[in-house]
Design a protein around this ligand. Structure first.
Ligand SMILES: [Zn+2]
Length: 319
């Protein structure tokens, strides 16, 4: 799983099922973190990626959870797939850092980053998220959750029964600086890309950025479930413009990366956006469009069809 030291996701997408099968298959990525754990010798699973900023990669779906440790408390970035998994974060953080959890942040609305919210809210922990998360829940996560709750045999390896959608308690619609646990954190809404709920989390004194799935390292960035493939490259480049050469970027899934990695990913996303525009201009249907071999080397067929579907919807809305 994931040869140590890989810094590109080329050819890595087979490591998990995404696109149409998102959440349905085993979807496991590398169970053993590579680059991140090599940055420290901590055997607890938490890797320090910047001064007092830690990341732990949790299964299932190898989701990166951040812990921003301040003098009087810890802020968590992303809450995993279920209330039980959210509880596990709370236990792990208190055991490791011996400080209370004082805030949580959602990098975007997708289930693997928000379905643990319920437990944080139950403990009275404020949850920050993009202002459009509630709308995304309504349009995407709620119907999907209802379908799997109605028929658990669709995803027998998961326990969706106990999930109650819990939106952030503080909705962010403009850049916002907060200091939970007496540690300064900047929240920056990102233009629509992976979703229209993407929120960058910046810890200025540590030079660390959490970008959610706007960047992925362990697999190809995912199209579908509310993505904006045409705007994504520019949205990513815009946030990269604020990131320094020496800063650390924590992707939603995979090992930490740098700005140069992000720029290469923006180039790949641009190739997809151009393909979608060309296919639309040629009159090809979503099902009938011929997928370029160079893109099929990077993304599964289903993911590229999702990009076509979302891109076509945006182009026809433009008229
Ligand atoms: Zn994700």
């Amino acid at each position: 799983m994931g040869g140590a030291g890989h810094h590109e996701w080329d050819g890595q997408q087979q490591r998990r099922a995404r696109g149409a099968t998102r959440g349905a298959g085993p979807g496991r990525r590398g169970a053993h973190p590579d680059t991140v754990t090599r940055m420290t010798s901590d055997v607890s699973g938490w890797a320090e990626v910047g001064d007092g900023v830690f990341v732990r990669r949790y299964e299932p779906v190898d989701v990166s959870v951040g812990a921003i440790v301040g003098p009087t408390g810890v802020t968590i970035v992303d809450t995993r797939n279920s209330p039980e998994e959210g509880d596990e974060i709370l236990r792990d953080v208190v055991a490791e850092f011996r400080r209370p959890v004082v805030a949580a942040i959602n990098t975007h609305a997708h289930y693997d980053h928000t379905f643990g919210n319920e437990r944080f809210a139950a403990h009275g922990v404020g949850i920050y998220g993009h202002v459009l998360v509630p709308r995304h829940f309504e349009q995407h996560e709620a119907p999907r959750l209802a379908a799997v709750q109605a028929d658990p045999t669709r995803e027998p390896d998961k326990n969706w029964a106990g999930v109650h959608l819990t939106p952030p308690t503080v909705l962010v619609d403009a850049p916002l600086t907060i200091d939970p646990g007496e540690r300064m954190i900047e929240l920056l809404p990102i233009d629509p890309g992976h979703t229209d709920t993407d929120l960058a989390v910046h810890v200025p004194d540590a030079g660390v950025w959490f970008l959610g799935d706007v960047i992925e390292e362990s697999g190809a960035p995912m199209f579908g479930s509310g993505s904006f493939p045409l705007g994504w490259p520019a949205a990513l480049r815009s946030v990269l413009g604020r990131i320094g050469d020496g800063d650390v970027i924590v992707p939603g899934h995979g090992a930490v990366v740098d700005r140069a990695f992000g720029e290469r990913q923006a180039d790949r996303l641009e190739q997809v956006a151009s393909f979608v525009r060309r296919a639309h201009d040629s009159g090809a249907t979503v099902a009938g469009a011929e997928l370029p071999a160079e893109l099929l080397g990077l993304w599964p067929d289903a993911s590229l069809r999702s990009a076509l579907r979302a891109g076509y919807a945006a182009l026809s809305a433009e008229g």
